[in-house]
Design a protein. Structure first.
Ligand SMILES: *[C@@H]1O[C@H](CO)[C@@H](O)[C@H](O)[C@H]1NC(C)=O
Ligand SMILES: *[C@@H]1O[C@H](CO)[C@@H](O)[C@H](O)[C@H]1NC(C)=O
Length: 472
């Protein structure tokens, strides 16, 4: 799905008031101080209407003018649905605007009932068009156009010069405008407030399923930032999302996992709280039960984020029978497409543990003793062997894709110390390795002929050769 950049024109936090928000504001502002007044006056067909000698151009020009009226100066009236915004359309303050990265279209919808009310009030009052307010009403826009037309009609070459100077005066450096935007006396909605709003939306029993999913979808964008994820935790939002994993709606499970995966990512504080909030059990339950593949995919992603660099969670994972659950995923027909992801997770866990074992041997000062102690208590390798993962990993080498094979070969290498005996006694593994060796010898030769002397396929061949040597 495309990742929309979501923002709220009237409620931008300073940090988010960046490129897009600025652009939107500046564009609207410039259209009145610059584009309309300066860029291409003839296009507006306002200068020489009276002097036109033929009827044809006049007609044409009038049409152009009307088009400008409706297209450029129209204030878009959003509804509760996302709708594409046409170039040049102004948006009432308080609308929800996002950039659809797939279509490139800006889309807009109503934000809030209460905000709409405020905005309607603003419309009735007909605020003055001013750089210092970000509310442009259709009345403002029309009167601005009317003034422009008046000015344009009177225009002579001399006046044109004067107007250009005026435009130049109005056309201030972007830095200056930015400063003014920062000083804007508008309601600033911080990331925290946005997250609270989204959580309330999601947590509210009066929200529809679509609204809940949309809230989670938007929330995911915010929790990528470590600080935001920790803020989510501070007001109890994380637990609400974790509880979402219990929903009877598969989509809610899926999008709750989507948010959690982003929130856990390299964020130890959040990872710890999530374990205490029961996230691990819930994730495993989803993986172990009948669920749509899309939900399981995101849940597996969240599980990876939760376990990574967090030995305590890894211990709990093993205690709760996590390896058994992953085995089920790899062996079930409906979920075997997840096998490579599962293998990648196991590979990461194995190498992470090995890395810490090495650090321990070197007695480095960088790692806390508790963490080393915790890694020591992650009894991953015996668990893998006992539960038949030597066999499972060996059989996954039959996968057809190069990158899947690459991952499996890596994992076989990482498990060599644990599974060597098993691998040696597995006739199918030797056959598979031998046939892969032949296949990649041919491919690596072709690769070499194409001028790649350190190619990907040669690397794969190298791993196969190594493995065969080790198993001899
Ligand atoms: C979510 O809703 C429940 C019940 O409606 C309420 O008790 C809880 O405080 C809410 N949580 C948040 C973080 O708003
Ligand atoms: C969520 O579901 C699990 C079982 O899947 C159950 O043990 C737990 O009590 C439920 N939690 C909530 C908050 O409903």
């Amino acid at each position: 799905m495309p990742r929309p950049l979501t923002m709220t024109p009237q409620s931008l936090s300073p940090s988010r008031m960046t490129t897009l928000g600025m652009l939107l504001g500046l564009l609207v502002a410039f259209c009145f101080t610059f584009c309309l007044g300066h860029q291409n006056p003839n296009e507006f067909a306002l200068t020489n209407l009276e002097k036109s000698s033929t009827k044809e151009p006049e007609k044409k020009e009038t049409i152009v003018e009307e088009e400008m009226d409706t297209e450029v100066l129209e204030v878009f009236q959003p509804t509760h649905e996302w709708q594409a915004l046409q170039p040049g359309q102004a948006v009432p303050a308080g609308s929800h605007v996002r950039l659809n990265l797939q279509t490139g279209a800006r889309e807009v919808k109503l934000q809030h009932e209460d905000k709409l009310q405020n905005n309607l009030k603003g419309l009735k009052k007909g605020k003055r068009l001013d750089i210092n307010t970000n509310t442009y009403t259709s009345q403002d826009l029309k009167s601005a156009l009317a003034k422009f037309k008046e000015g344009a009609r009177r225009e002579s070459a001399k006046e044109d010069e004067a107007r250009k100077a005026e435009v130049k005066r109005l056309f201030r450096p972007i830095e200056e405008l930015k400063k003014e935007f920062n000083e804007l006396n508008v309601v600033i909605e911080t990331d925290m407030q946005i997250m609270v709003r989204l959580i309330n939306k999601f947590n509210s029993s009066s929200s529809s399923l679509e609204e809940k999913i949309a809230a989670l979808f938007d929330l995911e964008y915010y929790v990528h930032q470590m600080d935001n994820a920790q803020d989510l935790l501070s007001f109890g939002g994380l637990q609400v999302v974790i509880n979402g994993l219990n929903s009877t709606e598969p989509l809610v499970k899926e999008y709750a996992a989507f948010v959690l995966g982003a929130a856990f990512s390299s964020n130890p504080k959040v990872q710890v709280e999530a374990i205490e909030g029961g996230a691990l059990q819930k994730l495993l339950v989803i993986l172990a039960t009948e669920q749509p593949l899309t939900a399981k995919k995101k849940v597996l992603f969240a599980l990876c984020s939760l376990l990574r660099h967090f030995p305590y969670a890894q211990q709990q994972f093993l205690k709760l029978g996590g390896l058994q659950v992953l085995k089920g995923l790899v062996q079930e027909k409906s979920t075997e497409v997840l096998a490579v992801r599962v293998i990648t997770l196991l590979y990461d866990l194995v190498t992470e543990k090995q890395m810490f074992a090495e650090e321990e041997a070197e007695l480095t000062q960088d790692v806390s003793p508790e963490k080393l102690q915790q890694y020591r208590q992650v009894h991953l390798l015996p668990g893998l062997r006992e539960q038949g993962w030597c066999e499972i990993t060996a059989h996954l080498l039959a996968l057809p894709e190069h990158d899947a094979r690459e991952k499996v070969l890596q994992t076989l290498g990482a498990l060599l110390a644990t599974c060597r005996d098993h691998y040696r006694q597995d006739p199918q593994l030797s056959r598979t390795l031998a046939s892969l060796q032949a296949e990649y010898q041919a491919l690596a030769t072709l690769e070499l002929q194409e001028g790649e002397d350190k190619g990907y396929l040669r690397e794969l061949l190298g791993s196969i050769d190594n493995l065969l040597r080790e198993l001899r």
